[in-house]
Design a protein around this ligand. Structure first.
Ligand SMILES: [Zn+2]
Length: 209
């Protein structure tokens, strides 16, 4: 089976409408390397189009996507830490000044975690193991009172990922030195609304549009 025709045609449009007009920018990026504005840790969900949400062009965002936008805690003895490797590279090599955890509405990963809480466990799959990163998740009163239960879980997941980012000693140091800021955002697919965690980590409020 070949590549879907829609993708082949999409690539043609990319070459013609995007790459060709911005050739200079792409050549510069190729020669000088990347210096992204931020790292974004988002979900694999096909509906969360990170570059579109931020209207970002090539070279602007260092994007990592995994199921439910999770970050494991700092585990130097662990194996195959793809997410931690990307975080390390962004913070220590690229020295990004911002890391954004971007959650979203209708997250299947968070929903699967909630199913497991109800006792509908799903064995030893990779995804079940991955979602144990959410074990012990505690909902915040400030989230529950302002958002739906479903959203409150998604927000708690974002808070958990931020806490785990802060378990990386190098990130702690950069944040304390004012060289790195961590942000928690949540994207609502249907309305397009993005809410952001305030600087005190207290509550999520609409990002000024
Ligand atoms: Zn998701």
């Amino acid at each position: 089976m070949g590549l879907p025709q829609s993708l082949v045609e999409g690539y043609r449009r990319f070459v013609r409408d995007r790459h060709a007009p911005e050739r200079g920018r792409y050549i510069q990026l190729a020669e000088l390397g990347q210096a992204p504005t931020a790292m974004v840790i988002a979900c694999c969900d096909a509906r969360v189009d990170v570059s579109a949400i931020f209207d970002a062009g090539p070279g602007e965002l260092f994007i990592l996507r995994n199921v439910a936008n999770l970050v494991p805690p700092y585990e130097p003895e662990g194996r195959f830490h793809g997410t931690s490797a990307a975080v390390e590279y962004a913070a220590l090599v690229l020295k990004v000044p911002h890391i954004i955890v971007l959650g979203h509405s209708h997250c299947g990963g968070i929903a699967a975690y909630r199913e497991r809480l109800k006792g509908n466990a799903n064995g030893n799959s990779f995804i079940a193991r991955w979602l144990t990163l959410l074990d012990g998740l505690e909902l915040r009163e400030s989230d529950v009172s302002r958002h739906s239960q479903e959203t409150a879980f998604e927000l708690a997941g974002i808070r958990q990922s931020l806490a785990n980012l802060r378990s990386f000693p190098a990130l702690q140091e950069r944040e304390a030195a004012g060289l790195l800021a961590l942000h928690g955002l949540h994207f609502d697919i249907a309305s397009g609304e993005v809410i952001a965690l305030d600087d005190n980590g207290e509550r999520f409020a609409a990002l000024a549009a």
